[in-house]
Design a protein around this ligand. Sequence first.
Ligand SMILES: NC(=O)c1ccc[n+]([C@@H]2O[C@H](COP(=O)([O-])OP(=O)(O)OC[C@H]3O[C@@H](n4cnc5c(N)ncnc54)[C@H](OP(=O)(O)O)[C@@H]3O)[C@@H](O)[C@H]2O)c1
Length: 227
Amino acid sequence: MIENNKDYKIAILGGTGKEGRGLAYRWAKAGFPIIIGSRNPIKAIETAEEIKNMLSNDIIITGTSNEQAAQNCQAAVLTVPYSAHKIIIESLKDFLHGKLFIDVTVPLTPPKVTKVQMPPAGSAAQESHLILGDTVLLAAAFHNISYENLLDDAQEINCDVLVTGTSKESRQSTLTLVKAAGFFGLDAGPIENSVVLEGLTSILIGINHQYKSNHAGIRITGITRTD
Ligand SMILES: NC(=O)c1ccc[n+]([C@@H]2O[C@H](COP(=O)([O-])OP(=O)(O)OC[C@H]3O[C@@H](n4cnc5c(N)ncnc54)[C@H](OP(=O)(O)O)[C@@H]3O)[C@@H](O)[C@H]2O)c1
């Protein structure tokens, strides 16, 4: 339950990369204290400084190791390449008990990133569930939002954010963060449904290649949009 943005620390694990940096930018702007996590704390501090320079001075953003970030947050968001997914969750799981954990990972297998290739667990999010069990509030989201779109908030981004999770609570808290980041979010049901959202990313990357864009997105029609 997020009561006050400024009291809700969000750790971005692998936050020195493209997607993590974009999410950090959005949530820092919305008033959440952000902790950038990295294997290299110096790199994390530099990334935090860069984001601070993009925004006003009163935002709260720091950089540290992934371990410290996971330990000191209320919610952790994972933005690492799929090749690092399993190992990083296993190494941080003890710090995540009881916290919201949002997995943004898409199991892309270079060089064929336009072809859907799911891991044996079914999806990256299900792999997280296997490792973490029910000790965390697990959700998966933002798979279909490119970092370019996260860093470009001058115009409305024509892409919804579908959220899956292991509980209604994990999905609701994530939807609050989706809205705070400036997107329209929808509850897409249980974590097993993440296979569709993760797979859709490969299709959007392929469409971007074919149609020379970096803004391909999805929008759900036939519903009443309240915000
Ligand atoms: N880029 C997008 O537009 C986009 C959109 C939707 C979803 N995603 C998903 O988001 C995730 C991150 O994507 P990205 O483009 O931001 O990736 P990225 O820039 O290539 O990497 C993100 C960060 O992951 C960390 N990392 C790399 N290899 C690692 C390893 N072996 N062990 C631990 N950490 C490692 C690095 O941080 P340190 O070196 O600082 O530790 C790196 O800065 C991926 O799963 C991707 O599919 C990306």
